[in-house]
Design a protein around this ligand. Structure first.
Ligand SMILES: N[C@@H](CCC(=O)N[C@@H](CS)C(=O)NCC(=O)O)C(=O)O
Length: 220
């Protein structure tokens, strides 16, 4: 008799863009998973029990095939190795590097400046008013997306690279969702807007949307 592998468990927060990336990748790969909500607003990510899973105190964490995986791009890299189809990277080395560069522009250069702990530090210990916090957020997103638009435009197709979704789109869509939440004007980014709209037509992306995975709490 064949052993039945348990479903992967995703420690998830609906509005976390790092989790949103992993949900999209799981859906694109057709991997069924069990979400376990971690409420960031209640600080559950900092609890000792959760930190035993993820010493950084971040979501996402994925438990799958006896592995405990952290860092969204490392999780997606594992998924790519474990479930190669559909590929999230083009095969040619230069194109692959270009796609990775676009993904990293979001994941390493935009997102870390604007995640919850940074915003909380601005309004807490640094005593910055809400306007300063919002201005910080919008500044780094607008600057980062302008750079991404310039990177993407020459080689984009329906998606950020070519006509199939890649890791770059997996990172783009949650960042665009967050930008809209914080009223960042997006009119100057036509390539990004087009790829975002194309991706959201796909069920793998649509099903990962925060409003589809959990009810939005009033103060979330
Ligand atoms: N580089 C990490 C970033 C993870 C991250 O920043 N997660 C955020 C949610 S998007 C988080 O858990 N924040 C908790 C906090 O700031 O206290 C990844 O890609 O997984």
């Amino acid at each position: 008799m064949r052993a039945v592998m348990p479903k992967p468990i995703l420690y998830d927060y609906h509005r976390s863009s790092a989790c949103y990336r992993v949900r999209i990748a799981l859906n694109l790969k057709g991997v069924d998973y069990q979400p376990v909500p971690v409420n960031l607003l209640d600080g559950e990510q900092k609890a000792e029990e959760y930190r035993a899973r993820n010493p950084q105190g971040f979501v996402p964490t994925l438990e799958a095939d006896g592995e405990r995986l952290t860092q969204s791009l490392a999780i997606i890299d594992w998924l790519e190795a474990r479930h190669p189809e559909p590929a999230l990277f083009p095969a040619e080395a230069g194109a692959r590097s270009h796609v990775l560069a676009m993904a990293l522009a979001v994941a390493c250069d935009i997102h870390p400046l604007n995640n919850l702990r940074v915003l909380k530090y601005l309004s807490g210990p640094l005593a910055q008013p809400q306007e300063a916090r919002d201005s910080w957020y919008r500044h780094w997103v607008a600057e980062g997306l302008a750079a991404l638009e310039a990177m993407a435009a020459p080689r984009a197709g329906r998606f950020l690279f070519g006509d199939a979704p890649t890791l770059a789109d997996v990172c783009l869509v949650p960042q665009m969702f967050n930008a809209r939440r914080f009223d960042v004007p997006l009119d100057s980014f036509p390539t990004l807007a087009r790829a975002d709209a194309e991706a959201n037509q796909l069920e793998a992306f649509a099903a990962a949307h925060p409003d589809r995975v959990a009810p939005v709490p009033a103060n979330g």
